[in-house]
Design a protein around this ligand. Structure first.
Ligand SMILES: Cc1cc2nc3c(=O)[nH]c(=O)nc-3n(C[C@H](O)[C@H](O)[C@H](O)COP(=O)(O)OP(=O)(O)OC[C@H]3O[C@@H](n4cnc5c(N)ncnc54)[C@H](O)[C@@H]3O)c2cc1C
Length: 534
């Protein structure tokens, strides 16, 4: 008899707890095969992610290896590119040597979560940092340390102010926890830098509503606000982020906050895989029935942040939280096995036991079993509960040790440089911004994707002279790169501009080894440096 193939897509709380539930019920059944496809081979304990920013817990201590949590599940560490519901097939991205991977299933569990979307907000894709995955926390930590290093040696007060301003958009759980941790970390770390004064640091939280933490009762939100403000966080209420450039956060009101560090935790958008599925959705989430089945698609199931599960008590969808994802996953596993065995299914019912939000520096807010707590007691509860929930004894021990040491030791300000810096990147500038100045070091080549820039040069007699205007498809910045000298002109954006930039090494590799390109740039430089006729 052919085995029943159950395939789960997504290795977050919903996917991993569904696999664990299935293993408990049918893990030893030789007629059932469980598979899980996820981009990573680990589960990230997201509620502790903000602490990775400050290094108060080790980078890998928030992770639990899926192979250990689900030893009877076949793990495919791949990104899924498409799901063919008709042919019951999942297509995963190629691995080494472009090996394709197509997996067939009898039952499919979609648990891919959601993601932060920067669509429609100019410059956010290029200059804002998301905060959802482990990689985001690591990038942010490294970026913040880099910024402190730069500020320590910067003498220009304006540039220094920009470097020492940190902005987080989103006053929900992840935004509040991120700004609390970031604020503590930069203020404590500044003491290790000879030229940094913690009083120069500005941390700003942007929140569209009038009280932060809308997930909690208003009184707790107000308490959290008081704590953050006392610690030096500036909270901007009724404020939405509109866009960003390399040096500023642009608010919907048009105001700009000069900064080199912008974190955005809003808004969340459906995972593209979910968006591509031809099933009924509610605000981008897959609509499931009370048994976690996708209606009209036998064998298709969904749970966690990507599923819209109606709370029968309130008539509203359950919120996208880890505790809901875990309960939904367990219920889904039980119902899937009941379906295989021809037994009655159990409707999903759960009301959150409590809500907790950390505010850093031994303070938190909590509502547990209807009791509201704030301050040290809430913080102690936060740590105890999350430590208990952290999967695996080894992880519990590691995190408990990290927390103890963090109480005694100064913050770790080591910057981990793991990736090669991206050689080609996109940048966005608003109208009137300086892209580079005459006399700056030539470090990148720019190609205009859209918009218009002007190239100007200072003239002792005439003041500022406009040399030319450049638009889509044209490039600038090559003269200083080829001559290994400084910028011979200033370039400013006339309209909002998107550019592609190539770093010095990439440009030189192409210039040295690709003659047609060398010829093109030599011609261009000759034309640009030629004295005007007449
Ligand atoms: C910073 C932060 C703090 C939080 N704090 C709390 C808290 O204190 N309490 C709480 O209850 N909740 C908290 N949450 C929310 C909670 O983490 C989520 O609700 C929960 O993680 C949802 O689980 P999920 O499995 O549905 O989705 P996710 O955890 O997002 O997991 C989705 C998984 O699917 C994988 N995936 C996605 N697309 C693909 C693809 N195409 N191919 C293969 N794999 C794919 C991803 O890599 C990931 O492993 C927090 C979230 C964040 C970001």
């Amino acid at each position: 008899m052919a085995k029943t193939r159950i395939l789960i897509v997504g290795g977050g709380f919903a996917g991993v707890y569904a696999a664990m539930g299935l293993e408990r019920l049918v893990g030893r059944d030789p007629d059932v095969e469980i598979g899980l496809v996820s981009r990573e081979n680990y589960l990230v304990f997201q509620p502790m992610l903000p602490e990775v920013i400050s290094g108060s817990i080790g980078i890998t201590d928030t992770l639990a290896p899926i192979r250990r949590l689900c030893p009877r599940t076949n793990l495919y560490t791949r990104a899924v590119e498409s799901i063919d519901l008709k042919r019951r097939r999942v297509n995963a991205a190629a691995g080494f040597g472009s090996r394709q991977c197509a997996l067939e299933y009898d039952h499919l569990v979609v648990a891919v979560g959601n993601q932060t979307s920067f669509a429609g907000q100019p410059g956010l894709l290029e200059h804002a940092l998301p905060f959802k995955y482990l990689g985001d926390a690591l990038v942010l930590r490294n970026h913040v340390i880099h910024v402190l290093e730069e500020a320590d040696i910067e003498r220009d007060p304006e540039v220094r102010r920009t470097l020492l301003t940190f902005v987080v958009a989103g006053g929900g759980f992840s935004g509040v926890e991120a700004i609390a941790e970031l604020n503590d970390f930069v203020r404590r770390s500044a003491r290790a830098f000879r030229n940094l004064d913690p009083r120069e640091i500005r941390t700003v939280l942007l929140h569209a509503g009038s009280v932060i933490l809308p997930e909690l009762p208003e009184s707790l939100g107000r308490f959290a606000q008081k704590v953050l403000v006392k610690r030096g966080v500036e909270i901007r209420f009724g404020t939405r982020l509109h866009g960003a450039t390399a040096e500023s956060a642009i608010l919907a009101s048009g105001e700009r906050i000069p900064t080199r560090t912008l974190v955005s935790t809003v808004p969340s958008a459906p995972n593209p895989l979910v968006a591509s599925l031809p099933v009924r959705k509610d605000r981008g989430r897959i609509v499931v029935d009370e048994f976690l089945r996708v209606p009209d698609h036998p064998g298709l199931w969904s749970a966690g942040d990507c599923a819209s599960v109606l709370d029968r008590a309130t008539g509203q969808p359950h919120p996208p939280t880890a505790q809901h994802a875990i309960r939904e996953a367990r219920c889904l596993a039980a119902n899937l096995v009941a379906t295989l065995r021809g037994r009655p299914l159990r409707p999903f019912a759960f009301s959150a036991l409590g809500k907790l939000g950390a505010l850093g520096h031994r303070s938190a807010v909590a509502e547990v079993f209807g009791v509201r707590l704030a301050g040290f007691l809430a913080w102690w509860l936060w740590r105890t509960i999350y430590l208990m929930k952290l999967p695996g004894l080894d992880r519990k021990l590691r995190v408990a040790t990290d927390w103890t040491l963090d109480l005694l030791l100064p913050p770790d300000i080591v910057q981990l440089k793991t990736d090669r810096a991206s050689s080609i990147r996109r940048e966005h500038f608003e109208a009137g911004e300086t892209i580079f100045r005459e006399g700056d070091r030539g470090d990148r080549l720019y190609v205009v994707v859209d918009g218009e820039v002007e190239v100007v040069r200072k003239d002792a007699a005439l003041g500022e002279v406009v040399l030319c205007k450049l638009g889509a498809g044209e490039s600038f910045g090559e003269i200083a790169l080829v001559s290994e000298g400084v910028r011979t002109a200033t370039v400013r954006s006339l309209t909002p501009v998107n550019v592609l930039t190539l770093d010095r090494e990439t440009f030189h590799s192409l210039f040295a080894h690709f003659p047609p390109l060398r010829g093109f740039f030599e011609d261009l430089i000759q034309r640009r440096l030629a004295p005007p006729m007449g």
